[in-house]
Design a binder for this molecule. Sequence first.
Ligand code: MN
Length: 315
Amino acid sequence: MSAPLTIHYHRDFDGMVSGAVLAAILIDLFNDRVDWKSVNYDQRRDWANFGSGTRFAIVDFHFHPQAAYWFDHHPTTFLTPELRAAYQPSARWNWDETSPSCPPLILRHAREHWGYRAPERFQEMARWSDVIDAARYESVEQAIFGDTPALRIARALTVAPTPDWTDELVGAMTTGTLEDVANRQDVEKAHQRASRNRDKALEQFPPTVLKKEHDVVLYDASSSKIRRERFAPFYHHPDVVYSVGVIPTRSGYHITCGENPWNPPTRGLHVGELMEKYGGGGHKAVGGANPSSLEDARKIAAEIRDALVASLQEG
Ligand SMILES: [Mn+2]
């Protein structure tokens, strides 16, 4: 019998569902022995030796040529051109950067290559993965206050009590529904704590606003005392088209800029390309940069705000 397979999954909602779905499929169809463990960005540093001497799979994370199974949807999945060249779609590998999240492509692959029929609970998890990973919420209220089981779990993840907590939840997802997982006492407790953080963040946002004019809101939330809620700018200012802000990171400051998903620009700039001018990047709708000082971050955020206003006025 072959060695057990470890599924390394990205530690977020769609990564966890990906891990659970692949584990259940491999157990179901191939009677494989599997376990699972989250992978994080620090592990990219020695990527060539990742998993060395073990049998492993990777889901919702960077391509690795030794992976027995690999599935991802991130456009940035290949760390080098050599790794890009080493990838070919196969019976065990698939990459689809058009997929809003990773689980649907695993389910599709399993159906097409292995004749797998996914139970409704996995289809439900895949649908919510798309909503959460691609921020396809119906409204800003749903993004912030939505309390379906998937959204409760996703919010609970923001206050994970230990790094391996997600491994336990992935295990629960292999056998239960989203509702079963969301109703666990530890998830409920984390969700309550995360909801209190959210309420605090919403309360703290208004005084950070520096300027709100011409459909763009500019804010400075660089103080480490300010809690962050990703969509707070659009909750308080649903009429704006863009938000630009400065926020703290573990080691410095970050400029974050994005379209309002519920009031997007009719034309508008490519935010990621705008950020590239400042050493950052991103997609059309959202991007960021990490200037070297707070002073630079503030100056650049104001410049970006001006560029967005100008682009909207060109209309
Ligand atoms: Mn992910």
